[in-house]
Design a protein around this ligand. Structure first.
Ligand SMILES: Cc1ncc(COP(=O)(O)O)c(C=O)c1O
Length: 444
């Protein structure tokens, strides 16, 4: 696997550096040219392999080139299946909806209409906003500080990252940001929002909705508790606003259940999904909308690529794969491996380092370290053959987000590389703590 064909000519990065826009970013952090990928491994054109803790920013939960999913896609292609269908009825789309209903929604008792916006996450967020504003007849929407919801103007207004907002060139409005509970431990954010919405002198316009990530991915792996989610559900009912759950990064099993909010036993009014929904990195997004809020008239939301049939084929196969391989329970089990591993090893390196996560979505917080520490860690990891990303304020959180199908040994190998790099970075003169055998044993 992954060995370069000796007849291949190595590509130079000049083509990108000369002709591609300056806006490109991931390639600057991992400056090689990738050619292949399999499972939890990315392979560059020279044949070098990298363990993937980035996972296409959450788009490859089922592993790169997953054989089962790819097989279904290839079969469909070879059978001259319809590839582009706008929003016309098609077999591929019908089977995807049917599978989603049968395997995911009905067993959970969820009654949602499935709305196909354009194929990216931000498209789904835009349509959720449009629906909430139409249903409630109000423009204001609440969003949590630290949240990331996309880069088109409506969703960018929700997103808090300063540089992304500054770059858009227009004022971003109709959103009120409220503190995430992780920002001020001990501060009752639910009571605060309740006060904002009850006080006729708060200056906050009554909102149509609030949008929530149950675990903030780009914001630094900030988790809201089950109790907070339940209280927020009640608050939405009290103040007549819709609860929108952004499951774009946390969905498709990432936190150990298909939807990350299931742990709180709540039912959101709208759920937006994308990323791994398309199985093997195919673009696909949906908004799940309670029937009573399915208010957009035919054509009121549109987009040419809402009907990318290969994504539907891959999406259906991905759900089948997830069910067949018990991926939700497996994610919980592997999450425990990460948790126990970090608890043991980080303590040896620096007991003040904190970490947090759910399922296979973890972050190590370097907020108390000098600026640039995490960038150094990311670079050294890459040089050692491990690809991972940073998130949070000033990129101070190192993110661990491997494909859910990662083998236990590979997971531990990646964690081992990361610990070595962290130890060498934060304590360059000191000893690198040796792994102890009981720490690297998978937790069953
Ligand atoms: C939680 C969340 N919402 C929305 C988006 C936007 O998705 P896309 O990049 O597909 O537009 C992202 C992307 O990272 C995300 O993590």
């Amino acid at each position: 696997m992954g060995q370069r064909n000796t007849n291949d000519v190595l590509m130079e990065p000049t083509v990108f550096e000369t002709f591609e826009s300056n806006v490109r970013s991931y390639c600057r952090k991992y400056p090689v040219i990738f050619s292949k990928a399999k499972g939890s491994v990315l392979i560059d054109q020279s044949g070098r392999e990298y363990i993937d803790f980035l996972c296409g920013a959450g788009s490859c939960n089922y592993g790169h080139n997953n054989d089962y999913i790819k097989g279904k896609v290839v079969e469909y292609l070879m059978g001259d299946g319809l590839l582009h269908g706008l929003d016309m009825y098609s077999i591929a789309k019908g089977e995807f909806i049917d599978c989603l209903e049968r395997e995911i929604l009905i067993p959970r008792g969820f009654d949602y209409k499935v709305l196909f916006p354009g194929p990216t996450g931000t498209n789904a967020v835009e349509v959720a906003l449009k629906i909430a504003r139409k249903v409630k007849g109000r423009s204001n929407v609440l969003a949590l500080m630290g949240g990331f919801h996309g880069m088109s103007l409506g969703s960018l207004a929700l997103t808090t990252e300063r540089s992304a907002r500054d770059a858009c060139g227009v004022s971003l409005g109709n959103v009120t940001h409220v503190p995430h509970p992780s920002m001020m431990p001990g501060f009752d954010t639910i009571a605060y929002i309740d006060m904002l919405l009850s006080d006729d002198h708060s200056g906050v316009d009554k909102p149509a909705a609030i949008i929530v990530e149950s675990v903030q991915g780009e914001g630094g792996i900030n988790i809201v508790s089950n109790e907070w989610l339940r209280d927020m559900r009640a608050l939405c009912d009290k103040h007549d606003m819709l609860l929108i759950l952004d499951e774009i990064q946390t969905g498709c099993g990432r936190t150990g259940s298909f939807f990350s909010f299931e742990r709180a036993d709540i039912i959101p009014d709208i759920v937006v999904m994308a990323k791994s929904l398309g199985g093997i990195g195919m673009p696909c997004s949906i908004a799940l909308v309670k029937p009573e809020y399915d208010v957009l008239l035919p054509g009121e939301h549109n987009g040419t690529f809402r009907g990318f049939q290969l994504a539907f084929v891959a999406g259906k196969a991905a759900i089948e794969y997830m069910m067949e391989h018990n991926l939700e329970a497996e994610t919980v089990r592997k999450g425990r491996i990460v948790e126990e591993y970090l608890a043991a090893r980080l303590r040896q390196i620096d007991p003040s380092l904190t970490f947090r996560g759910l399922g296979l979505m973890w972050g190590i917080d370097f907020g108390s370290y000098p600026c640039g520490t995490t960038q150094q860690i990311r670079k050294a990891c890459f040089e050692n053959g491990l690809i991972l990303e940073l998130s949070g304020r000033e990129d101070t959180v190192v993110k661990i987000m491997p494909p859910l199908v990662i083998e236990d040994e590979q997971l531990v190998q990646g964690l081992e590389m990361l610990m070595k790099v962290i130890a060498e970075t934060v304590n360059p003169a000191g000893m690198v703590p040796a792994p102890q055998s009981d720490m690297i044993k998978p937790v069953v």
